[in-house]
Design a protein around this ligand. Sequence first.
Ligand code: ADP
Ligand code: ZN
Ligand code: ZN
Length: 825
Amino acid sequence: MIAKVIVDVPSRQTDRPFDYEVPGAMEEWIAIGSRVGVPFGGRTLQGFVIGLAEQSSLPSSRLKPVAELLDGVPPLLPDMIELSEWLSAKYCCSRIQALQAMIPAALKGKEERRIGLGDEDAPHGLSKELMEWLGEQAGLVKLDALLERFPDQARMMKGALQSGALLQQAAIKDRLAARKVQTVFLPESREEAERALEALGAKAAKQRAALSYLLEHGGPMSIQALAAASGASPASIRSLVDKGLLIMREVVSERDPFAHREFERTEPLPLTATQQAVFRRIANALDAGQADVMLLHGVTGSGKTEVYLQSIANCLKQERQAIVLVPEIALTPQMVERFKGRFGEAVAVLHSRLSNGEKLDEWRKIRSGRARVAIGARSAIFAPFERIGLVIIDEEHESSYKQEESPKYHAREVAVRRAKQHGAVVVLGSATPSLESFAAANRSPAPGQEPMLLSMAERVGGRPLPSVDIVDMREELRDGNRSMFSRRLHEALLARLERGEQSVLLLNRRGYSTFVMCRSCGYTATCPHCDISLTFHQKARQMRCHYCGHAEQAPATCPSCESEHIRYFGTGTQKVEEELARLFPGIRVIRMDVDTTSEKHAHEKLLKTFGDRKGDVLLGTQMVAKGLDFPFVTLVGVIAADTSLNLPDFRAAERTFQLLTQVAGRAGRHHLQGEVIVQSYSPEHYAITTAREHDYEAFVREELRHRSQMGYPPYCRLVLVTMSHEQLALLAEVGQSFAAELRALAEHEGVLAPLHSGLPRALEILGPVASPIARMKDRYRFQCVIKYRGSIDASALVRRALQPFTEGTQQSVLFSVDVDPQVIL
Ligand code: ADP
Ligand code: ZN
Ligand code: ZN
């Protein structure tokens, strides 16, 4: 048997399967999707089996055997192997990158070398002590351990390995072992233990407590749990073990990130007529058992989540599994609560803030079939289920569904592809669908087909959407108000404080810290390696570059003019917090930004504090806009709506509209009426006026007009190719020849034409030009933007055009390809 293996080497030359012989004993176990260790270029590397065959084109003398099989159950399923092929073709990444993206980080094994005694007669020159020590160790020892013990003999070891006096074996070791818990048992004879208990003196009260607890309740129990339950210390339990009165063993135990939590069970609610219609549409699609995609456009609070829950219950009844994607799960603990509350143990949560070990154990719950619903951020789309029935992507417009490092996949596209493989239904849900999804769903259905666009235009129970007021900040300034709060927002906050209601304040800015600036000469601190300003970090009083990690101590005087008027602004939210404390003495502010949420579970804790009404104001960045549902929030304030509007990005207006709608949806979700105040310097912009009217369709109409004029998605698709090099001249030259190569290929395919030509298939290439961030980590950056329309395999064209530039080993210009980019920086 021959295994075709994709080996973990990040180079284009090795981006293909290699043949290995499968040792007889392994044949029963190895499968497509298995993870193996294989010899490769003198090392042992991890790889994935993507195919099995009876014959190889290589002569058997050149075939090496698979060294080891790493898991009893293959971590990947055959359909995922197929998916990886599609991923690498579509997103121009290597096959191994695609495969690695599908498994938890803990399963990215690394090589570990072990040393043992070899040929007795071979010369070595190592000390007798070393040889004896090695002899005493049963089996092989880690090279590291040997080096640590005998550091002065490192050179001799090399010689001994060469001569054969020592032998070396390499194996793949997971980055993480299973969690082992020290667990105690009662000894075989219960009577003996009882007698021993009697015999324990009065001094050993703690030991008595532990032993009698275990006698009463039985075991086994972890030392920690026994200590907690009996009041004994772990040390006293260990001394019972030493005396032989208890038996201790290490037991593999699963990490359960939710062990400390209880979830209240909830029952399905009777659906409203609108919900019922959507539910039926999804149920019919599930029954049909064919791949289907639909877009659920439902305003905030329209009851989408309840429809998801009941549709999933429906899917589980059919013995199929469901995946739920949420933008950033740490931000939506309430979502997790609702799913755990409905489906309990059947839910696995793939949370970005979990440790690698916890992630692995949640993943195992899925792979082993114990979990049937996976909820998580974008990578949960790779949950290894065998029969997917339903994939739900909540807040489908969120940019976090796009991965920014290779493979630069979009979870929505992957979902559609996986659904095709499984005959599953994809439901994209949002109050503000992306223009791409809306345009795709809004087409009239083919004859005999159900429409793709479903809509829930009203809140459950007829609760009104909150009223949105726009405040023109230019007028405030004209009237002499220089504060960051308009009079309107000030009054509204005051009223909430008086009534004991709560407010959410959003500071809409993308970066979190501001730069360092001299008020005398205008100097700003920039990174010496990148064309970007350094950001100030209050805690360490350091200035850091977010791209390359460069850090330096913040100077006390301006390095340029030596003025002392150099200012370090903390995070924008910090400033707002200070201002709030000044204006409203005694106000309780809960600040949620990167600085206050770096610790695990920090989001949950802050939100819980706010939910318990121990705060008057929840202040934060984008984080506070998402998915929160607090009954006493009646005011939402947006400090400056313009910050995201002015970003150099064709999606700036869309992002602003989405954010305003989202955050407005946090107000008045229950019996109290909500109010939203948006402060802006450009209140007449359509993204802001349509958000005020809750008029998604008006926004889309206007935005589509702009997109069509400018030639942007959804009127075309984009590929961004970025290249970088230390030398500007070389980079410019290579950039030109890449663009020329691509043009020639497109010409040859007969698709090279300007978009406005009106041809059904057209592809145009813009650039190369300097990237918006023109230098990063001491490398200059150029980019080409490829715009195309119609059935063109642009990824394939780009890959072909790249070939001459990546094949030679001497070429040092780095290329990076982003298909359907979310950000063009
Ligand atoms: P969305 O996900 O669209 O924002 P939710 O599903 O969170 O909406 O629903 C908003 C509120 O309405 C929640 O408090 C939810 O419990 C409630 N709700 C949803 N569906 C129903 C229903 N059929 N009957 C009564 N209350 C409902
Ligand atoms: Zn200065
Ligand atoms: Zn830098």
